[in-house]
Design a protein around this ligand. Structure first.
Ligand SMILES: C[S@@+](CC[C@H](N)C(=O)[O-])C[C@H]1O[C@@H](n2cnc3c(N)ncnc32)[C@H](O)[C@@H]1O
Length: 348
């Protein structure tokens, strides 16, 4: 209970009104996709009833599963009507577009880019996580305050700062989050001579990884009010950044006391990723992080992720619990609406 309250306290520092935020997020992701489909010509074409295959032929779409998935969202949202296999739009479709206050310019542009990639995705051209994303927006978006506060909420919930540990940050991106994590351990005096404290970051995106490797001491210094003296400690206790996927972690079994994944699992094949993260955990260790779960997610939001190759999308807490338990967990706990989670591995 106390851990849950501590997690809430961190999120409340964002000063957000949760129901307004949810409304703005819904409007933003919905507006992005409807805007792209309107520009693509769907709104005019569907003034007359058409079959799914007619839509595919008209717009030269080859990915019928993805088209079906997208149309399923629009039917559920009553943007498209369906009658006996015929799809159509009734009258003008109204939509607004409000950018959530906690999204900065880079975050907004990043999602607009993803929505714009939908027609390509329908024609069989996916974005690639390894190098294919707009680095400019991604790099900036990862310093968003939202990420910092949800990460702090996850730490408050999990009691991850009790002792020096071997810590794996899965999906460490450009290293900004890892620099914050390094600093939390630094604040707790865990980088002393002979300390077993070690932080490792893995990510499949080579460009983000390069930024992490090259700029990490600078990021830690910035995170700590431009304290340059901290760089000596960073050099003594450097973070090891390696290329790697959550589904294929380049470390042996039972290598880490703690594994962390923040806003990463929806980009992965989550059952594989959870099994793999549990594999590299020592007995008695834990996996924790942040994740949005079904049903508290927005279907238009999920469609934005699915322009990237291999992305699975959201899943439920029940699914995650089942996968974790099958991989040796003895406890699965969550808290707060942008959920923080903790999965404890059993003794050997
Ligand atoms: C929203 S960012 C989160 C970055 C970081 N965890 C943070 O909180 O600042 C998602 C990250 O997941 C990484 N990613 C995507 N697919 C992945 C996979 N299959 N395994 C591990 N990481 C992945 C991306 O490259 C990206 O850096």
């Amino acid at each position: 209970m106390i851990r849950k309250m501590r997690a809430w306290k961190e999120l409340m520092k964002l000063g957000l009104n949760v129901s307004k935020l949810r409304k703005d997020i819904d409007s933003f992701f919905r507006g992005n996709i409807l805007g792209v489909l309107r520009n693509e010509g769907w709104f005019d074409y569907l003034q007359s009833p058409r079959t799914l295959m007619q839509i595919a032929a008209e717009f030269r779409y080859t990915e019928i599963d993805f088209l079906e998935y997208l149309i399923g969202i629009l039917i559920e949202d009553e943007v498209i009507q369906e009658n006996d296999g015929q799809l159509f739009m009734e009258g003008p479709i109204e939509f607004d577009w409000t950018c959530p206050s906690c999204f900065d310019d880079a975050m907004r542009e990043l999602w607009v880019d993803h929505a714009r990639a939908i027609p390509d995705r329908l024609r069989g051209r996916c974005l690639q996580f390894t190098g294919g994303l707009n680095l400019f927006n991604w790099d900036d978006a990862l310093s968003n305050k939202l990420y910092e506060q949800i990460r702090r909420a996850a730490f408050a919930f999990s009691d991850a700062l009790k002792e020096p540990v071997r810590f794996l940050d899965v999906g460490s991106g450009n290293g900004r989050g890892t620099a914050a994590i390094w600093s939390y351990y630094y604040e707790n005096d865990f980088f002393f001579p002979g300390s077993p404290m070690q932080i490792v970051g893995i990510d499949p995106n080579e460009k983000l990884l390069r930024i992490a490797s090259e700029e990490f001491p600078q990021m830690v210094s910035e995170y700590n009010g431009h304290d340059l003296s901290i760089k000596d400690t960073v050099n003594e206790f450097p973070v090891e950044f390696r290329p790697g996927y959550a589904e294929r972690i380049p470390y042996e079994d039972e290598s880490f006391d703690i594994v962390f994944a923040s806003q990463v699992l929806h980009w992965t094949e989550p059952k594989l990723a959870i099994t793999e993260m549990m594999r590299v955990l020592k007995p008695g260790g834990f996996l924790f992080g942040t994740q949005n779960f079904y049903p508290d997610t927005n279907m238009y939001n999920e469609a934005h992720f699915k322009v990237v190759e291999g992305v699975h999308g959201f899943f439920s807490k029940d699914d995650m619990e089942e996968w974790a338990m099958e991989s040796g967990a003895i406890a699965f706990e969550t808290a707060t609406p942008i959920s923080v989670f903790k999965v404890t591995k059993g003794p050997s």
